[in-house]
Design a protein around this ligand. Structure first.
Ligand code: PLP
Length: 384
């Protein structure tokens, strides 16, 4: 079976994990800090807080900025549930702004329109869909204009970069956002099994994120109301156990070391798909914006002839042991959101159009050229 994505585990990865298993700390030890340092080094962000998964990373991020009742949080409809659920966890209202078809990410123009005519959100959560960087500089400019905060959901985009005014930025750098989050689920560009991280350049937010990751508990003398003895700790906020283990972080460090190679492999596969699909009518390949160098997490094609062609391609691939996937059902169409906010069909027409006819083809480093050729042939069969 060829899945749409899968993890890559090397002997070095296994060795790194085994070393932790033989060491003193399985959790809250040196591998966690070393992973956080490596994430800062990669992205250029000043602080990284590793946590249990990408969903808890988003939850921590929303809590750290003080999102709560009476606030609005905006995200893209073309995303996994977690990008919106984190707003709901905090008791805020979730709103959606449509994607730009040129990037498949949240449209800054539509966000501007929203802010002009509606209550300004407390936070906007753009998603780097499929590894394509959202237009963060444009969203940053709007954040300054309207006064909202920005959390980049970079679950798909570790390793991706974008250029702005002649400078290159890593996704997750927080150069144009307040906070960024990663996911290290096995289907992502690098994995820790389950895992996530929150990044920021803001010392106050970083301190709050660390506190909330572990029960809101502290031994920091500056935060204690009194001190009974060296064992003494206080819970100064309502936090969670959203910690990650040293075992997972050792895997993360090992995987991060070859992110450059993984990116080259992923880009090569995307180029190969694009090359073979060139000139095939009825198939639109995913965007590769000029200003970006994406570390593609997904390869979502779009069938110009509509959902029937997509269904036929999905079935043909499945019959041949190839598991394609659809990313994503616009989040506001989920029963939970329909029940809470009412039917919003037609709210984000680009996202709906894309959802109705998109299909993510397999993309992971081990995928071979003959496999890519076969996948393309099967897809092309249904459109010609
Ligand atoms: C865009 C996006 N955000 C957040 C998440 C949540 O990450 P995790 O599965 O690590 O909780 C995912 C996971 O699939 C995702 O695709």
């Amino acid at each position: 079976m060829i899945p749409y994505s899968r993890q890559q585990i090397t002997r070095q990865d296994i060795h790194a994990i085994a070393q932790v298993l033989r060491s003193k700390y399985l959790t809250t030890g040196p591998a966690v800090e070393a992973f956080e340092t490596a994430l800062c080094k990669l992205t250029g962000a000043r602080y990284a807080i590793a946590c249990s998964n990408g969903t808890t990373a988003l939850h921590l991020a929303c809590l750290a900025i003080g999102l709560g009742k009476g606030h609005i949080g905006i995200t893209s409809p073309l995303t996994f549930l977690a990008s919106a659920n984190c707003i709901e966890y905090c008791g805020a209202k979730t709103a959606f702004v449509d994607i730009d078809l040129a990037t498949l990410c949240l449209s800054p123009a539509k966000l501007d329109e929203y802010c002009k005519t509606r209550k300004v959100p407390k936070v906007v959560i753009p998603v780097d869909y499929a590894g394509i960087p959202a237009d963060l500089p444009a969203i940053h400019a709007l954040a300054k204009k309207y006064g909202f905060m920005v959390i980049e959901d970079a679950a798909h985009s570790i390793g991706s970069t974008y250029s702005y005014h002649g400078k290159t930025y890593q996704c997750g750098s927080c150069a144009h956002t307040d906070i960024a989050t990663f996911s290290f689920h096995p289907v992502k560009n690098i994995t820790t099994g389950e895992g996530g991280a929150v990044l920021t350049n803001n010392a106050r937010l970083a301190a709050k994120l660390r506190l909330l990751r572990s029960h809101g508990m502290t031994k920091d003398p500056a935060l204690l109301s009194r001190k009974d003895g060296p064992w003494y700790y206080e819970m100064v906020d309502l936090g969670f156990n959203y910690r990650i283990t040293d075992i997972q972080c050792a895997l993360g460090i090992s995987q991060l070391k070859r992110l450059g190679k993984i990116k080259k492999q992923r880009q090569a596969i995307v180029r190969e798909y694009n090359r073979i699909f060139t000139g095939i009518e009825g198939i639109v390949t995913p965007p590769w914006p000029k200003h970006a160098s994406p570390c593609q997490h997904l390869y979502p094609i779009w069938f110009a002839n509509g959902s029937r062609a997509r269904m036929a391609a999905y079935n043909t691939l499945a019959e041949n042991g190839i598991h394609a996937q659809v990313h994503y059902i616009p989040v506001y169409m989920q029963p939970y959101y329909v029940e809470k906010y009412g039917k919003q069909a037609g709210l984000c027409q680009n996202a709906e159009r894309f959802y109705n006819a998109c299909l993510s083809l397999p993309l992971y480093p081990e995928l071979t050229k003959p496999q890519i050729k076969k996948i393309v042939e099967l897809v092309v069969e249904v459109v010609v």
